[in-house]
Design a protein around this ligand. Structure first.
Ligand SMILES: C[S@@+](CC[C@H](N)C(=O)[O-])C[C@H]1O[C@@H](n2cnc3c(N)ncnc32)[C@H](O)[C@@H]1O
Length: 220
């Protein structure tokens, strides 16, 4: 039985989130991401992926068209109702089919040092334990391997936007399958023990409470 696959409240919430996300928010693998949230940042970031690539929280595999053709992709996500779209998407793009794994970033079912690149796009906002997830990212990267990330994070303390994020957070978390608006993910990545970290913050415009974003890379 897949996680969340039963007809219980948790399973229904997973199905509902998957339907909402896929229908309303996903790029559905359209290579032309211009005009979509962070599209113009995402493409050059993921073009840096190399060799064996693990994407954590990959959802429906919407980032697949952005990876260099020679990369070997593994997609991991706890929501099978999203992940099931990834193989048909890859087939439609005529690229090698990804390996799909149902699981969570906090317990990666992968050997130490088994990937050249690990990718996180809009997922460290949702994992239950950021410290554990980042430790797992570091563990499965080979020495010198690259961690590419793009995340929305908490606005600076004391700003109107931070206040709004705090007020909206409980409701957003409920409809967003655990997504949180108030995490200082940049600091967590800095503290995760990577050899080097380079990141920059930027605004995404609308909706304001999803600003700022951070984007960057870390080397193991
Ligand atoms: C906002 S979606 C992003 C999907 C994809 N990365 C993208 O860029 O389109 C967040 C994803 O994180 C997944 N997720 C939630 N908790 C997770 C966890 N603990 N480990 C891995 N993925 C998780 C959700 O199932 C969802 O697919």
């Amino acid at each position: 039985m897949v996680p969340g696959g039963r007809w219980n409240v948790r399973g229904l919430r997973k199905r509902l989130f998957a339907w909402l996300y896929y229908t309303c928010l996903s790029d559905k693998g359209q290579p032309n991401l211009k005009g979509t949230l962070t599209g113009e940042i995402r493409a050059p970031l993921l073009a840096r992926a190399d060799g064996s690539v693990l994407e954590i929280g990959a959802g429906d595999g919407a980032n697949l068209p952005l990876y260099p053709a020679k990369t070997q992709i593994t997609l991991l996500d706890p929501n099978v109702y999203l992940l099931r779209h990834a193989v048909p998407l890859a087939a439609g793009l005529r690229r090698a089919l990804p390996t799909c794994v149902v699981g969570v970033a906090e317990y990666l079912p992968c050997p130490d040092a088994s990937f050249d690149t690990v990718v996180a796009v809009h997922v460290l906002c949702s994992v239950q334990d950021q410290t554990a997830a980042l430790a797992e990212v570091r563990r499965v990267l080979r020495p010198g391997g690259l961690f590419l990330f793009l995340e929305h994070v908490a606005a600076p303390a004391g700003t109107v936007n931070r206040c709004a994020q705090q007020v909206l957070n409980p409701g957003w978390r409920m409809i967003g399958d655990g997504c949180q608006l108030t995490r200082d993910t940049g600091a967590s990545i800095q503290a995760a023990g990577f050899a080097t970290v380079e990141q920059h913050a930027f605004e995404v415009g609308f909706p304001p409470f999803l600003s700022p974003h951070i984007c960057g890379f870390a080397r193991r």
